[in-house]
Every structure is written in C-alpha cells, then in structure tokens.
Ligand binder design. Structure first.
Ligand code: 5GP
Ligand code: MG
Length: 181
C-alpha cells in the first residue's frame, strides 16, 4: 500500500515498555497464581511482540493461542462490524484465559472478541491492552489491565504497523506525515 512520506516520533521508549510489561506481568501473575493452565490469547497481528514479552515474564503454566480479527465500516457508525479471520485452535472451556490486545481504540474489536470467548464459558477471562486511547472510545469497554493511556495519535512499533511497516521498531512512536512538496 503506498503511503505518504512520514517520520516517527518516539512516544514510549523500549526501556519504559519493558518496565511496564514486567509490572503488568506481576499483577497478572498474582491474579492467576495457582492456575493449572493459563491460555494466553493474542490478537493478531499487532500483539505479537507484546505477547512474546508478556509470556516470558509470567511464571505460570501457559498455553499460547491467537485470534485474528478485522473491523470494517465507518467508525462514526455505532454498528461497526468485526470479523474473525482466524479463530482459536485450542479449547478454552473451563480454562483461565488472558486476552492480549495491542490497542483499544473505539473498543469494538475487544468487545466483539470478549463476547465470542465468553460464549465458550471459560473459567475466568481477563484482558490486557498495551495501549488505550480513551478519548476514541465508542463502546463501553475497558481492559482489566492497560499498559499506557495515550492521546489520539496514530502509533507504530513494538508489533504495531503502518501499512505493514514498522512492526519491528523496539519502541512506540507517533506517525507524523510530512508535507509533500
Ligand atoms: P478498535 O476496535 O478498538 O477501534 O480497534 C482496535 C484496533 O485498531 C487495534 O487493535 C489496532 O489494530 C487498530 N488501531 C487503533 N489505533 C491504532 C494506531 O494508532 N495504530 C495502528 N497501527 N493501529 C491502530
Ligand atoms: Mg489489533
């Protein structure tokens, strides 16, 4: 996909992210301590770096699974449609489940995925989002744990892309478009 020229302004450093992931993992560990198995469900693709760092900080028996969801439609509409492109491989019935999302923006994606997973009747279901843009919210949902609240900026890095680029940046940065001459 062609893009306009842009630069990336660092917003959250790799070091700050690492410290926050460690702190989140401690809280998540305390919540799920004693579990026979925690199924950690990453939302593809943006959460792949976050989930990789998160599970390595969790001293619990974990299984890792993924869902890929995509949303369509005008975000000004209240009925934004979320479609599942790739479903879970494993069972979550009567299991402890942690959903790992990169960004909660309007909230439609997380609400839809949580609804689908709850229908499978897990024992417990909790959610963690690395980033939250509360000013963009259109539906009433909040992750149980949030890494960082950020303003309404388009961000990349640490797994998050712009037109499939910049996922491999170790930090999170805001995209700034340059005026074309
Ligand atoms: P929601 O359904 O909450 O509006 O959408 C959340 C999804 O939108 C995120 O998982 C992410 O894929 C995408 N998204 C929201 N904000 C950004 C952003 O700043 N950068 C990128 N690359 N994706 C975003
Ligand atoms: Mg996403």
């Amino acid at each position: 996909m062609p893009t306009r020229p842009y630069v990336i302004d660092e917003m959250i450093s790799a070091k700050t992210i690492a410290a926050r992931v460690e702190a989140l993992a401690r809280e998540i560990h305390d919540t799920f301590q004693g579990t026979d198995k925690l199924v950690v469900v990453g939302l593809l693709r943006g959460s792949f770096v976050f989930i990789a760092d998160m599970v390595r900080e969790l001293d619990l028996p974990v299984e890792v699974d993924f869902i890929e969801a995509t949303s369509y439609g005008d975000s000004t509409e209240s009925s934004r449609e979320v479609r599942i492109l790739k479903d879970l491989r494993g069972e979550i019935h009567d299991r402890d489940v942690l959903v790992v999302e990169d960004i909660v923006d309007t909230g439609y994606t997380l609400r839809h995925v949580v609804g689908l997973l709850r229908a499978k009747e897990p024992k417990r279901l909790k959610t963690v989002a690395l980033l939250d843009k509360p000013t963009r919210r259109e539906v009433d949902i909040k992750a149980d744990w949030t890494g960082f609240e950020i303003p309404d900026e388009f961000v990349v890095g640490y797994g998050i892309d712009y037109a499939q680029r910049n996922r491999n940046l170790p930090y999170i940065g805001a995209v700034r478009f340059l005026a074309e001459e």
